[in-house]
Ligand binder design. Structure first.
Ligand SMILES: Cc1cc2nc3c(=O)[nH]c(=O)nc-3n(C[C@H](O)[C@H](O)[C@H](O)COP(=O)(O)OP(=O)(O)OC[C@H]3O[C@@H](n4cnc5c(N)ncnc54)[C@H](O)[C@@H]3O)c2cc1C
Ligand code: SF4
Length: 584
């Protein structure tokens, strides 16, 4: 018998760490340009706090339009080649793990299923489902008599949906039937095991279902970015670069056009030169040293927890209750979506890790149905938990522990997970305030109070039962549930009335002329669509407004309500290349 071949070292040679611990920016991120550096004492045009979904898009647009822009982010400038690993545990550093306090009757959980920390923000570990909001989402008060209407309509945002869907880009079907029906420029993804379960269950029950998207993951290679290889590490950052995040879609172009990205820079106070005008941002650098970046205007895009926290921590004479908070609205109307996960056990293997978690969905139950005992609705979406997340779900759902846990983990390949995405309404008492506790910089941390109201509970119960039906219709032998939330938005909402909102329809705070908010906090309601795409669209619209207003923003108290022209020419390069050929 022949001796087995023994490999003494890996094919291709031994592994070596990057030399001198330098950044080795991988092929996706490597830039030919040196990054612009501004000194703190230089007065830049815009200082943006937070470079996630909203901040990343704004940084790119403003830099491309010729403004001098600095973006501060509390987290690192990720080098996807060096810093990210295709490993569930090794990816926990992507989350905002700093202290946050949570309370109320139905408290939120922070950490992994929440915001991110680092350039790209939460889009680094989002699943990338990218549906649009429905026209009804902008008129909830008018149509359902609850919550609030937006100061803009779906039709104001529609051109931005069409633009951003090409920029990041979104893959999906040629015809998406819900809300304002539309098609996607890039073709849908093939189905994974969980998607097949959703298709089978919905089809049996006569529930409409959409296969292969809409999701901001490349279904074919495009420009510098490769196509998806279906290995399921999307929530761990996607080392491949097939999944969109502003870190790889917008930040590189922002730098090419002269923006500075300042990593590990934690803003702790917005500075005011008088009660109506800001003149910059105080922040701590990586070594805890205090700095002050001067700016003609400031944009906060730090997520629905950190944005109100920063405003509240910036209380000063003339803004004793917190900046831009004369109405007492800052921090209020915080929303999360009901994100309950239903797990079904099937006789045949499902292998839910073998696909992007986000690849099929139904918005069949999205709109208010007068036959039900609640208003608004929910979506059903595929979820693909990796083993650690699955183990946690099994602890909660089945009290699995010890040998029982080992047994259930050996069965992992037979389980499919479907998620509810349900609309929880905005309530004034669901809010962010400041806690007595302080973080590593000595800054008071955010405290979230969250309690479900009757409509929220009824909607969630109905949705959970419906998803159970889908799983059983698909052939599940057993179904268990994990209750949880998804996607925080609100807490600095937009509106016409300064007595009930924090920013106007363009994201400008009612009380400070040169202070803007451009992240998920400005959403007055949330629908049951994932919010990332809408946040990017709102940021692109705010950018168009700022660009159209030019230097008036920096010194004029007059507010111009003229809608800005849509600057398609500022879209990221390659947005209008042809997608995969398809027949409509
Ligand atoms: C696991 C998971 C899956 C998700 N999946 C989806 C999905 O499939 N589809 C979808 O649409 N949405 C999804 N989301 C939600 C989506 O990612 C967020 O709604 C969106 O990114 C929020 O955008 P933002 O601009 O408000 O904030 P973020 O994108 O979170 O950006 C905020 C940035 O601000 C920085 N920051 C905060 N405070 C400070 C400060 N004081 N100084 C400096 N910087 C600061 C942070 O480091 C961060 O980079 C998911 C979220 C999670 C956690
Ligand atoms: S499944 Fe696709 S998008 Fe997700 S991590 Fe893998 S390559 Fe990236």
């Amino acid at each position: 018998m022949k001796d087995p071949i023994v490999f003494k070292e890996p094919i291709g040679g031994p592994f070596a760490p990057p030399q001198g611990n330098k950044k080795i920016l991988g092929p996706l991120q490597r830039l030919q340009t040196r990054m612009q550096r501004f000194a703190d004492h230089e007065v830049v045009d815009y200082c943006i706090v937070g470079l996630g979904a909203g901040g990343g898009v704004l940084l790119q647009r403003l830099a491309k339009a010729g403004f001098r822009v600095v973006g501060l982010d509390a987290g690192p400038f990720w080098d996807s080649e060096r810093d990210w690993v295709s490993d569930e545990k090794g990816s926990h550093k992507l989350y905002w793990n700093d202290l946050r306090i949570t309370g109320g009757e139905d408290p939120l959980t922070f950490g992994e299923n929440n915001s991110g920390k680092g350039v790209g923000g939460s889009t680094v570990h989002w699943a990338a489902f990218a549906p649009r909001f429905h026209p009804s989402d902008f008129r909830v008060r008018t149509e359902d008599g609850v919550a609030a209407d937006w100061p803009i309509s779906y039709w104001d945002l529609k051109p931005y949906y069409e633009l951003l869907e090409r920029e990041i880009p979104v893959a999906g079907p040629a015809y998406f039937p819900w809300g304002d029906p539309h098609g996607y420029p890039y073709g849908p993804h093939p189905m994974g095991g969980v998607g097949n379960v959703l298709m089978k269950g919905c089809t049996k029950l006569g529930i409409g279902v959409c296969a292969g998207g809409p999701v901001a993951i490349n279904s074919g290679s495009r420009g510098d970015r490769p196509h998806c290889i279906y290995r399921g590490f999307c929530i761990q950052g996607c080392k491949v670069g097939a999944k969109a995040s502003t870190l790889i879609t917008h930040i590189p172009e922002a730098i090419r056009y002269g923006a500075e990205v300042r990593e590990l820079s934690m803003a702790f106070r917005i500075s005011m030169r008088n009660p109506r005008w800001t003149d910059g941002v105080f922040y701590y650098d990586r070594d805890g040293r205090e700095h002050f970046q001067r700016a003609k205007a400031v944009i906060i895009a730090a997520y629905s927890v950190e944005t109100p926290r920063l405003l509240l921590n910036s209380a000063c004479p003339g803004h004793e209750r917190g900046l831009a908070n004369a109405s007492g609205t800052v921090g209020r109307f915080l929303m999360a979506q009901a994100g309950n996960v239903l797990l079904g056990r099937f006789a045949e293997p499902i292998r839910m890790y073998k696909a992007p978690p986000a690849h099929a969905m139904s918005e069949h139950f999205y709109e208010t149905d007068p036959k039900r005992d609640f208003v608004r609705g929910f979506a059903i979406q595929t979820v693909g938990p990796l083993p650690i997340a699955f183990a946690r779900q099994m602890i909660k759902a089945k009290d699995a522990w010890g040998w029982g846990m080992r047994r259930v983990m050996m069965d992992y390949n037979h389980w499919a997970a479907l998620g509810v995405l349900g609309e929880i309404l905005p309530w004034p008492d669901n809010r962010i305030t400041l806690a007595e506790e302080k973080d590593q910089y000595g800054i008071p941390v955010a405290k979230a109070h969250f309690t479900l109201h009757e409509n929220d509970k009824r909607l969630t119960r109905f949705a959970v039962e419906k998803v159970k039906e889908v799983l059983y219709a698909a052939g599940a032998e057993e179904v268990v549930e994990e209750s949880r939330y998804a996607h925080l938005v609100g807490a600095a909402r937009m509106g016409h009335d300064p007595a009930e909102s924090v920013v106007d329809r363009f994201g400008r705070t009612h009380e400070v002329h040169n202070l803007f908010i451009a992240d998920g906090s400005v959403l007055p309601t949330q629908g049951s669509a994932n919010p990332g795409l809408t946040i990017m669209c709102l940021a692109a619209r705010t950018a168009d407004y700022l660009i159209a207003q030019g230097t008036r923003i920096f010194d004029s108290e007059k507010r111009d309500w003229t809608p800005p022209p849509i600057r398609k020419d500022l879209a990221v390069k390659g947005a209008f290349t042809t997608g995969i050929p398809r027949l409509f």
